[in-house]
Design a protein around this ligand. Structure first.
Ligand SMILES: [Zn+2]
Length: 84
């Protein structure tokens, strides 16, 4: 079982389709079981989409940046999700 920290590490690669099918399946399984990560990955996907759509000198919505930074610094909150 992939833990929250691993999901956090892989989220960028996941969104860029840069992880293999096995890891991808484990990642998605974790998202189905862990509401906290699911929400955060959705936010990240939104951020990536927003960044990809905007011209390079456009300002990114601050709440998205803040949300992402908080997540990276603190980690997702799900202490019961330990690697087994
Ligand atoms: Zn999780």
């Amino acid at each position: 079982m992939m833990n929250c920290r691993k999901v956090q590490q892989l989220v960028t690669e996941y969104l860029e389709n840069a992880i293999g099918p096995v890891r991808r399946a484990r990642f998605e399984l974790h998202l189905r079981l862990c509401r906290s990560c699911e929400v955060h990955v959705e936010k990240m996907a939104e951020l990536v989409r927003t960044l990809g759509r905007l011209p390079p000198d456009t300002e990114v919505p601050e709440d998205l940046i803040r949300h992402f930074k908080d997540w990276v610094e603190q980690g997702p909150h799900s202490p019961q999700e330990e690697e087994r």
